[in-house]
Design a protein around this ligand. Structure first.
Ligand code: GDP
Ligand code: MG
Length: 163
């Protein structure tokens, strides 16, 4: 059976960049502007010899839409339901924001195994943010850079037990 992983986190932490990195193609739209339409995507991911199915989550359509949070939440919940394992992504440079917490809460409540990822940590940047991530209570963060492809060996080590 194929392992299914869902990438969860607030907008702009680098979920789609992570998805593209692992799928090896630019299937997901990466954008730093809030309010851009970004669909949920699935792809076949590869990390060294590990292969798994991966789900990117998004759901931002109109940033000022009152139902935005509800829609993002529904999409995240559906992806969590479908997954065997969750990647919870935070921005190591920015640290933990209030906006991270509702997503972390959904992850925690699901009871599914989670790998905590502190992204944007290229060149050893953002270590404070990575330490802050411990406060989410989702385990030890893996500091990496989806954009620069750094730290993927640590992600590999964390994934091996689930394969
Ligand atoms: P998403 O909203 O969580 O899917 O985030 P995106 O993948 O769209 O990325 C949001 C922004 O963060 C974009 O400008 C990316 O280029 C940037 N980003 C993603 N990963 C990294 C990274 O590893 N390092 C840095 N410095 N920026 C990144
Ligand atoms: Mg995205």
């Amino acid at each position: 059976m194929t392992l299914t992983v869902a990438i969860i986190g607030r907008p702009n932490v680098g979920k789609s960049t992570m998805f593209n990195r692992l799928v090896g193609k630019k299937l997901a739209l990466v954008d730093d502007r809030p309010g851009v339409t970004r669909d949920r995507r699935e792809g076949d991911a590869r990390l060294a010899e590990l292969s798994f199915k991966i789900i990117d989550t998004a759901g931002l359509e109109e940033a000022d839409d009152a139902s935005l949070l509800g829609r993002m939440r529904a999409q995240t919940e559906a992806a969590i339901d479908e997954a065997d394992l969750l990647f919870f992504v935070v921005d190591a440079r920015v640290g933990i924001l209030p906006a991270d917490r509702p997503f972390a809460e959904l992850v925690r409540r699901s009871g599914k195994p989670v790998i905590l990822i502190a992204n944007k940590a290229e060149g050893g940047k953002g270590m404070e943010g990575a330490y802050e991530a411990y406060s989410l209570g989702l385990g030890d963060p893996i500091a990496l850079s989806a954009e620069h492809g750094e730290g993927l060996g640590d992600l590999y080590d964390a994934l091996v037990p689930y394969k």
